[in-house]
Design a protein around this ligand. Sequence first.
Ligand SMILES: [Zn+2]
Length: 533
Amino acid sequence: MTKKDFGMATVPPHRLVTSLEDKLSALETEFHGAYWESQIEATPESEAKRAELELELRRLKGDPEALTMVTEAVGEELHEPVLKRQLEVLHRSLIANQMDDELRAEMVTVSSSVETEFASFRPEVDGVRVTDNDILRILSTSTDEDERRSAWEASKEIGARVDDRVRDLARLRNQASRDLGYADYYRMSLELSEISEGWLLSFLDEVERLTHASYSSYKDALDASVAQRLRVDSVYPWHYADPFFQEVPPNGRVDLSPVLASSSAADLAAETFAGWGIDLAKVLEGSDLYPRERKCQHAFCLDVDRTGTDVRILANIVPGEFWISVMLHESGHAAYDLMIDQQLSYLLHRPAHTFVTEAMAILSGRMVREPKWLTDVAGIETGVVGDLEARLRHTSAAQELLMARWVLVMAHFERELYSDPESDLDSLWWALVERYQMVTPPPDRSAPDWAAKIHVAAAPVYYHNYLLGAVLSCQLESEIVADCGELIGNRAVGEWLTERLFRAGNLMRWDALIQQATGRPLSADDFARFVTL
Ligand SMILES: [Zn+2]
């Protein structure tokens, strides 16, 4: 098929890119604006506007004619690297959105029904309806074996209500991918995000190997203290402080909230980045930072028009460590967006990869446990910080260790789910939990506990990005410290990040960028050192 079949004269690649980029930037910017409005003030009108623009955007990106032209142009021999990169970015974005209308409609129906079920279902513990927060409270405080077990089982009930639909979603996603010539949805998603499946699998194996000893010893010590505190002989999943054993238990970590109680999260974020020579004043001015009725309860950062001049953060700051760390995290994303080269066009004016901006955010978020940050930025007395130092280090390492082993479960599970949605996923899930998290499965349990994790349905083939981001954050940190010395309050750090990481936007693939920034390919070595307890 040639371009002429669509009644169009041959369009030179430059003009093809410019014309598609113009349409895309106009519509996507409008969508971002509507998305922001719907998140800061959820009304039927703002929700309808957001949904309408989202659909329009999907249609534009799903245009088969545009894909044909871009596919042809991308196959041509081009000697302009920037143009070539723009075409590649466009190509991947168009492929990801191709789908016949019937299939797309079915997928939207199934996934929204699953998400609605997650949002509305409330299980019961002892005849009382409970929320996620109630379950978390029981798991982090109760010493009553029956109550803990009931609360944990209640947290899994949603799985049995949605598992058929989640399997359906996997089948539908696979069908759409096969129509495009990919083996399955997992492989398509990785390829479209420029990650090779073989590379990812060996990376996951490497992380398993490098974290094995630290994790085993952390887990043994934790289990011993759990067994003693709860007076049990064997430790089962309901003895941990959260339903999936993802977090450091509250009694095994430093809580900085009391010493940070009177600090402003926004001011601390501004000061942290000012120390790196990055001015967040304009970002904070355009942001929506405090809780309100009808406002999204989470946090995110949005570069509205991808020019770096309208970057906003949504947060729900209340006093304490948690929101200070979240503000630092989101400010990391914002700094990246702000410092991308202004000359880059819309398609390339974005971070090199989701996990690369995530690495910057993770690096920024954990500053809250850096002793020098606590004294120099937060103004805590040196003596107080000195007393906490060893435990702060232990908390940071434990958090990354738990996250890494949990991501291994999720990443391997998703690969198997899309390889064969008909397999015995219930047993597979517990085999993976036992292997990677070293958690003893409940005796005789047969239930679709995997479906109780909303990400399997709602954020497919995404979880590995958390681990890649954490690993890269450690590699960046060691190179920065080696090149610039001190991390906190050092302008050279901001220059390093801007010149080596941010400025290039999406001009090159993530692997080339990491090689350029750190002088070596991404590896888990620094991460392994970071999590050594
Ligand atoms: Zn993030």
